[in-house]
Design a binder for this molecule. Structure first.
Ligand SMILES: Cc1cc2nc3c(=O)[nH]c(=O)nc-3n(C[C@H](O)[C@H](O)[C@H](O)COP(=O)(O)OP(=O)(O)OC[C@H]3O[C@@H](n4cnc5c(N)ncnc54)[C@H](O)[C@@H]3O)c2cc1C
Length: 266
């Protein structure tokens, strides 16, 4: 059995982030990393393999993104994935959800033909665009059931059962492999790569594929064919200093009430 885990390379939220002139996200000139929410996907893929000791299960990490996106695959390999695939092609820049899901689905089909794709695991959302739609689109394109937003994943044979937490209830959903699964940040703490894992990752197979390797026409992806485009962006104004209410002469409480009332909080 082979598990494909989709891992996205995103701009580091703690560093400077910016947009390109065409209002797409600058994914090249900024520091980036494996989307934190996809670490949970890698963790669940690895746990799936570990819980089924004795079975021949491999994990392939897959990313679609610019040159530096290979770091997302490398981190997955360091965590314990067995192999990696990076889809890299200039034409992909600026792709919307539909094009991103097309490229992912085509890459999964190629992985399936070479080593199988019995389970596709995704994060609940990316930490930059937070669409939460790509897993469903990939499932639709592959003609597979989508079992999304799992906080607990259990499996036996070809049966997978998940728990999905809603505001006032928990749903238990069962499905038969092959499926596309997405997991939440409640599904279990993601492991840190060990020193041994970091060293071992250097020798693991990592392939780079272009659109032509996937049989995708460059005209099907990219900003020019995106169904929607960002027209304008405005930086959030810098935070202003807060107002400090002092209580040296006992007037603090009154001043506080006055301030809250002026802001219509009370
Ligand atoms: C500021 C901004 C503006 C945008 N504007 C638009 C717009 O106007 N129209 C539009 O259609 N899209 C827009 N996008 C979406 C952008 O193109 C997305 O990066 C892309 O479509 C994937 O969507 P997502 O990141 O929201 O994925 P989600 O659906 O949130 O991702 C869920 C999961 O899918 C997998 N996944 C997603 N992308 C990848 C990938 N590249 N490689 C591997 N796995 C992946 C991961 O497992 C991830 O956890 C915008 C993004 C940003 C940051």
């Amino acid at each position: 059995m082979n598990i494909v885990v989709c891992v996205k390379y995103v701009p580091d939220a703690t560093a400077d982030r910016k947009f390109e002139d065409d209002n797409t996200v600058d994914r090249v000139g900024v520091d980036g990393l494996l989307s934190e929410l996809d670490e949970y996907a890698v963790e669940q893929a690895l746990q799936f393999r570990e819980k089924r000791e004795g079975e021949d299960i491999t994990v392939t990490a897959l990313t679609v993104g610019p040159e530096k996106a290979v770091d997302a695959v490398r981190k997955s390999l360091q965590m314990g994935a067995d192999s990696g695939v990076h889809v890299l092609d200039d034409a992909i820049a600026g792709s919307d959800y539909l094009a991103t899901s097309l490229v992912l689905a085509k890459a999964i089909e190629k992985i399936k033909a070479e080593s199988g794709a019995d389970l596709v695991v995704c994060g609940m959302a990316s930490t930059d665009a937070s669409g939460s739609v790509v897993p469903a689109m990939v499932a639709e394109r592959l003609g597979l059931p989508q079992v999304t937003l799992a906080s607990v994943v259990e499996s036996q044979g070809d049966q997978v059962r998940i728990k999905r937490d809603n505001e006032g209830s928990t749903e238990v959903i069962g499905a038969t492999l092959p499926i596309v699964l997405s997991v939440t940040d409640q599904s279990g703490e993601a492991r840190y790569p060990s020193f041994k894992g970091i060293m071992a990752a250097k020798k693991k197979p990592l392939e780079t594929w272009s659109l032509s390797d996937l049989g995708v026409d460059a005209g099907e992806v990219g900003l020019s064919v995106a169904f929607s485009q960002v027209e304008d962006t405005t930086a959030r104004p810098p935070r202003t200093a807060g107002e400090i209410v002092t209580d040296e002469d006992g007037s603090g409480a009154g001043a506080l009430v006055e301030f809250l009332a002026s802001k219509k909080f009370i």
